[in-house]
Design a protein. Structure first.
Length: 410
């Protein structure tokens, strides 16, 4: 009986661990199965209650518009069943609305641009085309379409060229697509500067970076985002000087990982607990003994339990500097002083984790003082997810102008 109880307890612990993958505080909503989401469960329950009402409505999967743009009569010259020609038309008729996609056509416009002489600057001047980029043979709508295909749908320049040839019967080279994307840099420059100013004035900013290729060489794609604004920048280096180039407001709260490049970007920070949990889940060194492994697991459990309690207290007690200070002290009690084996935690992994936390010891519970500050940097990671997917299909930039233009377009 004791063996069975021990086995059931062990199995229960394993199942709870598997369930926690889908229900812990750091799990992205996209990885949670629909049947485990409360909102989806509530919707399904409401749907069952209103099945009778829904049955009276039209099938949404086969819904057709009630209005139409044109009419036509479908007549038959012979029987569709036997092919006989002795058929007579009855008074009875059926109606059916079909949707027709009208493929766009190309309009070749000859622009007659008048030349003028300016009496002020003593020069001959010509007006700019209102709906085309300077020096481009495409209008602005075409340039925006190319940009959307390249950035949002991750099509390569060659695939865009093939698409234009197939759908529009327009033969353009991949080089023309590249030149069109590059010319968007001047058109988007003013709006891009506005985004930068909005980020610099924000009261909180999520920041992150990931690798990016320019002409085969490693560069870095930086993101700074708020609830309404996302700002991208591609640079050659990943250092503190580059991070400080974005001048944040003096009262701004920065949410980022524990990378040292963000140490001097602003005064108030919140370090990402999602990065900390992933760092703790995958220790780099081997455990020499079973006791060392148990000590490390005990350390991680206490730290993550403290984080869960902090989020709970924020919901129940509200935000305050006092609450933040209390949890800072509790965290220091768990990890102990640096370079000392406090609380009998020892081993390379435990020491590395304690050092990782201690370097940013003041900034793990900033979210307890400010209501609008998140404990994780998931917002910036979500903003970078599309670019990570683009990087995986071997997309890269070839020149400085193309790199700057791409950062403005995304």
């Amino acid at each position: 009986m004791k063996d069975q109880i021990a086995f059931l307890l062990k199995e229960n612990k394993r199942l709870l661990g598997e369930l926690r993958k889908y229900s812990n505080e750091n799990t992205p909503s996209g990885s949670i199965p629909p049947y485990l989401k409360e909102s989806v469960r509530e919707k399904s329950q409401q749907a069952r209650k209103s099945e009778k009402e829904e049955s009276k409505k039209s099938n949404q999967r086969n819904s057709r518009p009630k209005e139409h743009d044109r009419e036509r009569e479908i007549i038959a010259k012979h029987c569709p069943c036997c092919g006989g020609k002795r058929i007579t038309r009855k008074k009875k008729k059926y109606t059916r609305i079909t949707l027709h996609i009208l493929f766009p056509s190309i309009e070749r416009t000859l622009n007659k641009i008048w030349a003028y002489y300016c009496l002020d600057c003593k020069k001959e001047v010509v007006p700019r085309l209102p709906d085309a980029l300077p020096g481009s043979k495409f209008d602005l709508n075409t340039a925006i379409l190319i940009s959307v295909l390249f950035t949002a749908f991750n099509l390569s320049e060659r695939k865009i060229s093939e698409m234009f040839s197939t759908i529009f019967s327009l033969d353009i080279s991949p080089g023309s697509v590249s030149n069109c994307l590059r010319r968007l840099k001047d058109y988007l420059a003013d709006d891009y500067d506005k985004l930068e100013k909005e980020i610099e004035k924000a009261k909180y900013v999520h920041r992150d970076e990931t690798g990016w290729r320019k002409n085969g060489k490693l560069n870095w794609l930086w993101v700074a985002s708020t609830a309404k604004t996302v700002y991208f920048q591609i640079t050659e280096k990943r250092d503190s000087e580059t991070a400080q180039a974005l001048k944040l407001d003096k009262d701004c709260k920065e949410i980022a990982d524990a990378n040292a490049v963000y140490n001097r970007t602003c005064k108030e920070k919140q370090k990402c607990w999602a990065h900390l949990s992933r760092y703790a889940e995958k220790p780099k060194a081997y455990f020499k003994t079973t006791e060392e492994k148990k000590d490390y697991e005990s350390l991680v459990d206490k730290i993550m339990a403290l984080f869960s309690n902090a989020k709970k207290d924020k919901r129940e007690l509200g935000c305050s500097p006092k609450l933040r200070e209390q949890y800072n002290k509790k965290l220091l009690e768990i990890i102990g002083k640096p370079r000392k084996r406090c609380k009998r935690y020892y081993g390379k992994n435990a020491q590395a984790l304690k050092q990782y936390i201690f370097k940013q010891k003041k900034y793990w519970f900033t979210f307890l003082q400010y209501e609008y500050v998140d404990p994780t940097n998931n917002r910036a990671e979500r903003d970078l997810r599309h670019e990570v997917m683009k990087r995986k299909i071997s997309q890269q930039n070839r020149s400085d102008d193309h790199t700057e233009s791409y950062a403005m377009q995304i």
